[in-house]
Design a protein around this ligand. Structure first.
Ligand SMILES: Nc1nc2c(c(=O)[nH]1)N[C@H]1C(S)=C(S)[C@@H](COP(=O)(O)OP(=O)(O)OC[C@H]3O[C@@H](n4cnc5c(=O)[nH]c(N)nc54)[C@H](O)[C@@H]3O)O[C@H]1N2
Ligand SMILES: Nc1nc2c(c(=O)[nH]1)N[C@H]1C(S)=C(S)[C@@H](COP(=O)(O)OP(=O)(O)OC[C@H]3O[C@@H](n4cnc5c(=O)[nH]c(N)nc54)[C@H](O)[C@@H]3O)O[C@H]1N2
Ligand SMILES: [Mo]
Length: 699
């Protein structure tokens, strides 16, 4: 006999699936399936998560606390007991506090689990109470979030389920078939009902291949395309004057700016053929409802914030918010009435002011900060040695003998290999959690299904024990997991939507807004801006000395002509179908499916460099280099190379992945990382390193 336990996928992905773990009489997980009743999961998990139990029962899982016995990075450790480990952690942190003050401690975390309980509550809370440096969580979506804030007042937009009602779907910088699989079914439903599907991407991705139209623009030029399209809508006389007047701020100024963007200029900047651009603009002028689905790929460039704002402005100009299925959607995160801030800064807990360190410039922080330096780092839910930009500098920082590093992990990642102490954490079927999503409107509950293996503990329990070891006994640092979940749900929004912990546990998932799908909730404005209007002009951005209007800001390296002589290729490194960031990238099945690290080059770029399919290459720029194999691929344009991100550096020949070349440079908004705004050159390994055998890089 087996039974099914309700849970939720914890991975950093817009789909946040509801799943059910099948458990046998011995308490072992033997199966995993998508929840058939969940309106977004609809009974199916993605290929990589179908194999999640491989990760759960991976023989490489960490089961006991470890203390480093070899040099940093080498990965030699000995097992120690929890008591000894916690004593060492408390001692290490206390020494740093005594020497340099609490700000010399940096908690470093991201979305290895998107669980609100295990992720962004008690850990950040503990470090806030210590007075440690705060973390600017910018590595993924900070530019788009800042753009959404400035334009809509928050992360709101079209209910992704309603995309099925659109007649024109524009997908900007999102490879849905890799990274937002469940959204694709709603797109297909729209298409079956007659919608025209357009993918806007420098690469002809699988998603582009299966759509009706592919707009292959130059990387980092979406802002120019959006302005050009809006200009055509205006020239066609199809802008919704009435909606613009009543529900937006700044239309006259934006309209003036559009006059600077005739289609010819937009075509020149983006490289999109004039006829295609004009035809798309006319389609946008005439087809209602149209929806703009914004992925995150387009926002990993210097001008990301401006571009996002320009695209978000389109439905105000076309009046699409009036219609079910019309509008724009970047993230649904703001439609979850969760007490995120209070989870970290609860009433009654003293949290001293402290500096904020931008996580996307971790290498810089670890190697240059002085007042105080970062002398201790506690890493959880993240793998910066694989996933952060400027990998060599991050590594240089992690190698510092005077840096005390603690890593909470499932596996001995590249980052964990640099730790002084590694603490073994539980995985999703082993702990309680509460999940919000950024690609649909359902909160999810995750009930533990199996016992934790070895001596693994949930992140929360580890933080409670670290608090005790430091002698901190404030009750808010010892809240139980259920208590944390209850605090997260303690909001007016949850009360309005009838969400309680009890109902959530009983059902497994609940819709977060009080209106049903099939509504156009922004038909009459009602955006979470101060005025309820779409802010085409943002006074807030103007006060920060930024362009108050949506515009076009060229990519940094992407448009840098002087750099292009030495580094003629722009390197894009989007989502790998079989990994989620570096998660799963050490497992056999996932690695086999993903294949060895391959850099895709346009046939002309390969020919220019004398490279054949499968040749071993070095990809390099001033920041660093990594080894890979060449794949010749006309899915990309001349001058644009790409690979799928997140192989584990230590499993690669050469010991580095694409992030050895990516920049630590902030985008225009939000201090966001700019992974895709990166110039490189590619050289055959044979030519560059004649002393080396030129075999293909291993995965
Ligand atoms: N399988 C899988 N799923 C994932 C992830 C994963 O690693 N693997 N990662 C998760 C995470 S953390 C995130 S943030 C999301 C990311 O997933 P997406 O939002 O899809 O973002 P990316 O994969 O970075 O890039 C998507 C597409 O944007 C294109 N692109 C690059 N530059 C530009 C540009 O300037 N303009 C336009 N229009 N397009 C551009 C790329 O070519 C790529 O095809 O996916 C999540 N889901
Ligand atoms: N080249 C390139 N690099 C990129 C990107 C890109 O487009 N190109 N995209 C960036 C993006 S969008 C993102 S979001 C970042 C993501 O970067 P990270 O947030 O660092 O994500 P991962 O590399 O998957 O590392 C997450 C780690 O968390 C661990 N983990 C999972 N659950 C738990 C838990 O419950 N407890 C503990 N203690 N650990 C847990 C996993 O084992 C895993 O090792 O990567 C960025 N890196
Ligand atoms: Mo991300």
């Amino acid at each position: 006999m087996t039974r099914f336990v309700q849970g939720a996928c914890p991975l950093d992905c817009p789909d946040t699936c509801a799943w059910q773990v099948e458990v046998d009489d011995d308490g072992r997980a033997v199966g995993l399936r998508g929840d058939r009743d969940h309106p977004f999961t609809r009974g199916a998990l993605c290929g990589k998560v179908n194999r999640y139990l491989d990760a759960l029962y991976d023989p490489e899982r960490l089961l006991r606390p470890l203390r480093r016995t070899g040099p940093k990075g080498e990965g030699r450790f000995e097992e120690i007991g929890w008591d000894a480990a916690l004593e060492l952690v408390a001692e290490g942190l206390q020494d740093v506090i005594d020497d340099r003050g609490p700000e010399a401690i940096l908690p470093y975390y991201y979305a290895g689990t998107m669980g609100l309980v295990q992720g962004w509550s008690l850990g950040p809370r503990l470090f806030a109470a210590l007075g440690a440096s705060r973390l600017g969580t910018t590595i993924c979506s900070a530019a788009s979030e800042a753009a959404l804030e400035a334009t809509f007042g928050g992360k709101v937009g079209v209910d992704p389920e309603n995309i099925q009602h659109a007649k024109l779907v524009l997908i900007w910088g999102g490879n849905l078939l890799h990274s937002n699989v469940h959204q694709w079914r709603f797109v297909l439903e729209a298409r079956e009902a007659g919608a025209h599907i357009v993918v806007i991407d420098p690469l002809r991705t699988d998603t582009a291949d299966r759509s009706d139209e592919h707009v292959q623009l130059r990387p980092g030029t979406d802002g120019a395309l959006a302005l050009g399209l809006m200009r055509i809508v205006v020239d066609e006389g199809a802008h919704d004057v009435d909606w613009l007047e009543h529900h937006t701020i700044g239309w006259p100024e934006l309209n003036e700016r559009l006059m600077e963007w005739p289609a010819e200029r937009a075509s020149d900047v983006t490289g999109v053929p004039l006829e295609q651009l004009v035809a798309l603009g006319r389609r946008l002028a005439s087809v209602r409802p149209a929806v703009q689905r914004l992925g995150l790929g387009l926002q990993r460039h210097g001008g990301a914030g401006a571009a996002f704002r320009a695209i978000l402005s389109i439905p105000a100009v076309t009046g699409d918010w009036r219609h079910v299925g019309g509008g724009a959607i970047g993230s649904t995160g703001g439609l979850f009435p969760i007490a995120r801030h209070e989870a970290v800064f609860p009433a009654g807990l003293d949290t001293p002011a402290a500096r904020t360190i931008n996580m996307s410039r971790l290498g810089e922080a670890l190697t240059t900060f002085d007042d105080p330096p970062v002398d201790a780092m506690v890493v959880f839910d993240a793998n910066p040695a694989a996933s952060n930009p400027n990998q060599l500098r991050v590594r240089e920082g992690l190698e510092r003998e005077d840096l005390f590093t603690v890593v909470l992990e499932h596996r001995l990642t590249d980052t964990a290999a640099y730790a002084d102490i590694v603490l073994p954490a539980t995985m999703q079927p082993e702990h309680v959690d509460l999940l919000a999503a950024y690609g649909h409107l359902y909160l999810g509950w995750n009930e533990p299904a199996v016992a934790a293996p070895g001596e693994c503990l949930p992140n929360t329990e580890i933080f409670r024990r670290i608090a005790s070891a430091l002698g901190l006994d404030h009750p808010r640092l010892h809240d139980s997991d259920h208590e944390l979940a209850r605090q997260l749900l303690d909001t007016d929004g949850c009360r309005d939507a009838g969400i309680t912990l009890e109902r959530l546990r009983e059902r497994g998932w609940l819709r977060t807004v009080s209106y049903p799908t099939g509504k156009a909730p922004f038909a009459d404005g009602g955006f979470p801006t101060a005025t309820g209007k779409v802010e085409l002009r943002s006074d807030r951005l103007e006060r920060q000395g930024l362009d108050p209007l949506p515009g076009y800001l060229p990519p940094f390296e992407g448009a840098d002509v002087s750099l292009s002589e030495r580094y003629p290729l722009v390197l894009l490194c989007p989502a790998n179908r079989f990994f989620v960031n570096s998660t799963f990238a050490s497992l056999d099945w996932h690695r086999r499916k993903a294949g060895p690290l391959a850099v895709h080059l346009h046939p002309d770029d390969a020919l220019d460099r004398g490279l054949d399919e499968g040749d071993a290459i070095v990809v390099h720029n001033d920041r660093g280099e990594f080894e890979a194999a060449v794949t010749i691929d006309d899915a990309t344009a001349v001058g644009v190379a790409f690979l799928y991100k997140s192989h584990w550096p230590k499993l690669l020949r050469g010991g580095a992945n694409a992030n050895a070349t990516t920049p630590e440079r902030d985008a225009d908004l939000g201090g966001a990382a700019t992974f895709h705004d990166n110039r490189v050159e590619v050289t055959g390994l044979r030519l560059r390193r004649p002393e080396r055998e030129h075999s293909v890089a291993t995965a």
